[in-house]
Design a protein around this ligand. Sequence first.
Ligand SMILES: NC(=O)c1ccc[n+]([C@@H]2O[C@H](COP(=O)([O-])OP(=O)(O)OC[C@H]3O[C@@H](n4cnc5c(N)ncnc54)[C@H](O)[C@@H]3O)[C@@H](O)[C@H]2O)c1
Length: 397
Amino acid sequence: MTLKTINRRTFIAAAAFTIVKPQSVRGSKANSKIEIGVIGNGGRGTWISFLFQQHGGYEIVACADYFRDRVDNFGEQLEVDKKRRFTGLSGYKRLIDSGVDAVVIESPPYFHPEQAAAAVEAGKHVYLAKPIAVDVPGCKSIEAAGKKASRNNLVFLVDFQTRTDAFYKEAVKRVHNGDIGRVISGEATYHCGATWERLYPLYEQGITNELKLKAWGIDLALSGDVITEQNIHALDVATWILDAHPLKAAGTGGRYRQWGDCWDHYSIIYEFPDDVILTFSSKQFGAGQDDIQCRMYGESGTIDTNYFGDVKIRGKKPYRGGTLYTLYPDGAKYNINWFHESVTKGDYSNSTVAQSVRSNLTTIMGRLAGRTHSSMTWEEMLASGERLQPDLDGLKN
Ligand SMILES: NC(=O)c1ccc[n+]([C@@H]2O[C@H](COP(=O)([O-])OP(=O)(O)OC[C@H]3O[C@@H](n4cnc5c(N)ncnc54)[C@H](O)[C@@H]3O)[C@@H](O)[C@H]2O)c1
């Protein structure tokens, strides 16, 4: 499995799952299913919906995507009533109003803050794909929505896979307990091939505002750029291990790819509290290297984590950990189950939100420093006033 294949699921992969028919379990509150509406019915939205179905505790009752062919494709596969398939930019509002218990948001990142805030406002639980947002105001909006969800007895879960894994959790706990001594420096990397290659023809044939909603991954305002949209997996692990946000970032990067306005490689040096230096590097072109890694060097040991490989500690207090082969689906299954348990047991602590805001802001800081080939402090990033706004002129509501 490569980053390219796991990140952009095809409908074929989704079809490989057994379709669990909705059971007749209504009537008793104890065994009622959570009724969900899925916003964004593309690759991951479709793929993850089969996992929600397989869980057995959910019923997919509504779907929304900008494009009619996407909702219908989704609706046919997941057996969603035609009357509850919504299109256009505000389709998500009609989905929320149609009476779901929870929303699963799998749309392009630019739309996450407005869609999540509207769901919480309407009293719905939220299951949200990473990244939470593309800019600082978006991160603040998600932070507020997460807090409001907790106040209003709603679950708000951000779906990161690494944080769910037992080896990752144990290794990070041991670092926090001092098993590698004081951390001095580290590396976070996300290296993969040309994730969006299949969408280049949309640019070659003449891109429109509407088509950008399909090729959003190479559009800066819709995706937040590669560092926020993809590389966040590596920086989320780094900020988790260090349990801090960076104080300063300096960097550079560029674009090898011809299409879109996203960059496809970044090199950033982050300074964390206690003089910890993190070297971050990413690329999204070429072939031959596919992994999301984070390694931290302490006075007496090294923590080494790989999304597609070993998670372990070497040094004076080693931890053997283990090798990961299926974190991509396993992490989603874990989160789907956790979301269900949180809703049914009434756990509204919503612990994934703050960690997601921190790592998302870390990616934005790297993007701002990298794109200006300069340095930036955390405070300067927060005060930057940058707001990414795609051109939505001419799009259907
Ligand atoms: N490992 C992971 O956790 C992981 C992996 C892949 C994708 N993702 C995230 O999942 C989300 C979706 O990614 P994807 O790979 O499925 O992309 P995709 O392009 O396959 O699907 C996105 C869908 O959203 C639709 N859409 C566009 N604008 C919309 C709007 N305003 N309202 C509703 N729908 C809209 C598009 O038409 C498309 O069908 C992204 O946030 C991405 O970062 C997470």
